[in-house]
Design a protein around this ligand. Structure first.
Ligand code: SAH
Length: 355
């Protein structure tokens, strides 16, 4: 018999489902709050639901959980999570605390089809899309462990995969995340990062205009960008920038431009000047990400002097520039390092947690 996987549905869709089964609409809100707000997975503990409704739920509905997961802590306080799926795959997410808040970096696909040359996830290839339930559950498990007030949590869809190539599931996640009966997050605390898949980007801008956008640019001209990001052959810089310039940004919001600095490849003064010209007139801030080395890949991080100089050139041209000091490098949890090893067989110091 087929069960309905509740975590694939936001409060509004749950309401439709339940009403179609002859239940009252407010039941959907109660159920959603138990699942998303309180993280309860057992219908028996949902004490304000009638016994007969609970019995319907256990007959026809399921609450998604991963088959298992591990955590591995970094020296710097960040923590990498390895989640095992029912079909035997492993996906990874990272929690990154700082003084005021904590950021959950979630995956949207197992592997990635975009094959960016410098990225480990890309080098490992694409396996499959994640469901909405699998994206939501990364968040719920991390929230449970970190024991936090949800108002301090930020979410970045910046883990494994290209979120705009798994649009429906990501959209389902955003619906749950932003609903008061769901995760209750504010849209300014959620960032979607894309390599620039334009059909998805155009749809995203129409459907989720208030969710923060980050774009991985990484090259200051088409030659360099196509060399490291094959997606640039399909959607070259002019088209990407044109789309970003037309983007309907809410007041006081900016687009984040991510630029991974790779030694000798895109980190020279002329590249910084090219980048400044390229972005002219765009409401953006620039995040420079010094390359995180990946075993097997022939790329390196520039020297501190070079990073500083690159940043200064942009700064002098009046851009807001941040150098992102990646966290979790020691456990392979930094940008571009996800997908290193199947965690569930990894070393014993990782605690095995079974939900
Ligand atoms: N597909 C999406 C999200 C995943 S990648 C995207 O491309 O934006 C998240 C970020 O990590 C991207 O900005 C990417 O350029 C960066 N990245 C990938 N590999 C990296 C590495 N080895 N070192 C530093 N940043 C890396």
């Amino acid at each position: 018999m087929d069960y309905v996987e509740i975590k694939n549905y936001g409060p509004a869709a749950l309401e439709q489902l339940l009403v179609a089964r002859g239940e009252k609409a407010f039941r959907a809100r109660q159920l959603a709050q138990w699942i998303y707000r309180h993280g309860v997975t057992d219908f028996g503990s949902m004490t304000d639901l009638s016994l007969s409704f609970r019995s319907t739920l256990s007959k026809h509905f399921k609450v998604f959980r991963f088959a298992g997961y591990n955590r591995q802590a970094s020296q710097d306080g960040s923590c990498k999570y390895y989640f095992q799926t029912d079909d035997g795959l492993v996906l990874e997410s990272v929690s990154i605390p700082d003084e005021k808040k904590i950021t959950f970096c979630l995956s949207t696909q197992v592997g990635c089809p975009l094959s960016c040359r410098f990225c480990l996830t890309g080098a490992r290839g694409y396996i499959r899309d994640l469901s909405t339930a699998e994206i939501v559950e990364q968040y719920l498990v991390m929230r449970e462990h970190e024991g936090l007030d949800y108002r301090r949590i930020n979410v970045v869809l910046m883990g494994m995969g290209e979120p705009l190539l798994n649009y429906e599931a990501v959209s389902g996640f955003l619906g749950i995340a932003l609903s008061d009966y769901g995760l209750g997050l504010s849209s300014r605390k959620i960032t979607l990062s894309t390599a620039g898949y334009l059909p998805g980007l155009i749809r995203f801008s129409r459907e989720w205009p208030t969710v923060q956008l980050a774009v991985s640019l990484n090259g200051s001209n088409n030659r360099i960008r196509s060399h490291i990001m094959p997606i640039n052959d399909k959607f070259p810089l002019e088209e990407l920038l044109d789309t970003l310039r037309r983007y309907q940004l809410p007041r006081r919001r900016t687009i984040t431009i991510e630029y991974v600095l790779i030694a000798g490849l895109n980190d020279q003064d002329l590249h910084a000047r090219e980048l400044a010209d390229l972005l002219r007139g765009l409401r953006c801030k620039i995040n420079l990400i010094p390359y995180n080395p990946v075993p097997e890949l022939p790329y390196h991080r520039p020297s501190e002097d070079r990073i500083e100089r690159f940043s200064l050139i942009l700064h002098h041209q009046h851009y807001t520039v941040m150098v992102r000091r990646s966290r979790g490098v020691d456990i392979g949890a930094a940008c571009g390092q996800l997908g290193q090893r199947p965690g569930l067989n990894a070393r014993q110091e990782q605690k095995r947690c079974v939900p």
